[in-house]
Design a protein. Structure first.
Length: 265
């Protein structure tokens, strides 16, 4: 399998996941042009994509959805709640109804040779999900936009080969920053976003000997720094109640303005 972040951050998210025979995007939160450029960087084009998995309807996850789906006639996979919310926004333009394929949390969908397993997440959206994607004994997951995690979340993220995990904000930066108070409350709530510390704590729960790639994603442009996210998560792993040190695994930060490394596993 293969995984790469074309863009990850509060301003736009688009993740490539594929096998030898099937290629998907998780979210389409950057322009069609930037998506195509990102795909070209890793040796693909939009015509190689077999579908788009949508986590939820916020603009940083669907900004390019209308253009991409219409231009390439791409199937869109989302929960009914998410699809209804997208249609009510009108920001994507008119998308043909026959491109929509309803998915439900905890029900696996087969797309090509990929098994896609949506799982519910805690976020202030209509019916948001993360995705675990498996093929030929390998698996990866995209888990962002979560205000908190539970044992249910951990179960869906166990024994992965690769993961893109949210490390959205530093709590001190957020609390001292210029965001209005209601927005701070929203981000810090159980339906907001994972902090660097909480991200590291979740990672401690899912580490195992054979995990190959860990991407930290969806960083806030205002309330985080890549180096701070990295150091905080690494500290949580090294000091946490698990047998591992952060140096035991490749941990990298997926950025909003550059394509990440191309992980194969």
């Amino acid at each position: 399998m293969k995984m790469c972040s074309l863009s990850s951050g509060s301003s736009g998210n688009c993740i490539f996941v594929g096998s030898e025979h099937t290629s998907l995007l998780v979210d389409a939160g950057i322009s069609g042009r930037r998506t195509e450029q990102g795909l070209n960087t890793i040796g693909y084009t939009g015509k190689d994509i077999d579908g788009i998995l949508i986590t939820h309807e916020h603009s940083d996850h669907i900004k390019g959805l209308g253009v991409l789906s219409r231009k390439l006639n791409l199937p869109i996979y989302a929960t009914k709640g998410t699809w209804d919310a997208i249609r009510s926004k009108n920001s994507t333009g008119k998308i043909p109804e026959d491109l929509f394929h309803e998915i439900r949390p905890d029900q696996t969908v087969r797309i090509g040779d990929l098994d896609v397993e949506p799982f519910s997440i805690m976020h202030d959206a209509a019916d948001p999900v993360g995705y675990r994607i498996c093929s030929d004994g390998r698996s990866c997951a995209v888990a962002t936009d979560m205000g908190t995690y539970t044992d249910y979340t951990i179960r869906h993220l166990q024994y992965l080969d690769a993961i893109l995990l949210e490390a959205n904000h530093d709590v001190n930066m957020l609390e001292a920053g210029r965001y209005p108070y209601p927005l701070k409350v929203r981000i810090l709530s159980d339906r907001g976003h994972l902090s660097n510390e909480t991200s590291g704590q979740l990672l401690c729960q899912i580490l195992h000997d054979n995990i190959r790639h860990i991407f930290l994603g969806h960083l806030s442009a205002e309330n985080n720094y890549p180096a701070l996210a990295y150091e905080t998560v690494c500290s949580e792993v090294t000091m946490g109640e698990n047998p591992y040190k952060s140096g035991d695994f490749p941990i990298t930060v997926a950025r909003r303005d550059t394509v990440s490394e191309f992980a194969e596993f």
